[in-house]
Design a protein around this ligand. Structure first.
Ligand SMILES: N[C@@H](CCC(=O)N[C@@H](CS)C(=O)NCC(=O)O)C(=O)O
Length: 209
């Protein structure tokens, strides 16, 4: 098994945290997005979508999204459970994880990629060129702010995003909040639940990767 990572990119960070929480030792291949290695023949033949993270399994199966990689690792290494321990929990955590990715993580990405000069013709990750749309800089930022407000409320009466157990939903939310620093967006001080949770997750070993 090989994990294609990029130490500076936010999506592979989700998988790095997941692997660390599972205490797994997975060989890593670093992909240099800065020099556009993802568009080179070697990587593009592995993942035609030209994005990281990628998990290549021993039988040659290639998984090309954070969610699928985490799902696979959870199936093979069920403990500690990060995606729920019964059907109800699994459904609930999947629901939260999807919402956090859509409304938090991707909202930050929308703002960042439509502004950064280096993404002038690559506003959407992947093989196709897409011009930036300047209006999406503010829209993404505003959606990310709304996400933070929702997250603070979600954490009002529970330790973690999905309840009292740390889960993949915390990993996606934490990496989204970290990613938001790239657009200089931080949660307001009055979001005390969010800040309490952020301090707790930051203190985990997996958060340092
Ligand atoms: N949904 C995918 C998104 C992957 C993604 O967008 N990865 C970015 C890095 S955070 C990437 O590979 N970008 C390459 C590029 O922009 O060319 C996942 O979560 O795995």
């Amino acid at each position: 098994m090989k994990f294609y990572d990029c130490a500076t990119a936010p999506s592979p960070r989700r998988v790095r945290m997941f692997i660390a929480e599972k205490n797994l030792d997975v060989p890593v291949v670093e992909v240099d997005l800065g020099s556009r290695e993802q568009h080179g023949d070697a990587f593009a033949s592995l993942n035609p979508h030209r994005t990281v993270p990628v998990l290549e399994l021993a039988d040659g199966t290639v998984l090309t999204s954070s969610h699928a990689i985490c799902r696979y690792l959870e199936e093979v290494h069920p403990r500690p459970a990060l995606m729920g321990s019964n059907p109800q929990e699994r459904g609930r955590i999947a629901d939260l994880d999807w919402r956090i990715e859509q409304e938090g993580f991707l909202a930050v990405g929308e703002s960042f990629r439509n502004r950064a000069k280096s993404f002038k013709n690559n506003a959407v990750p992947g093989k196709h060129e897409h011009a930036q749309i300047p209006e999406l800089v503010d829209r993404g930022r505003s959606r990310a702010s709304q996400f933070m407000q929702w997250l603070d409320t979600q954490l009002d009466d529970q330790t973690f995003v999905a309840g009292e157990q740390f889960s993949v939903a915390d990993i996606t939310a934490f990496t989204a909040i970290e990613f938001a620093k790239w657009i200089k967006l931080e949660a307001p001080a009055e979001y005390v639940n969010l800040h309490r949770w952020y301090s707790a997750v930051s203190a985990r070993d997996s958060a340092r990767l």
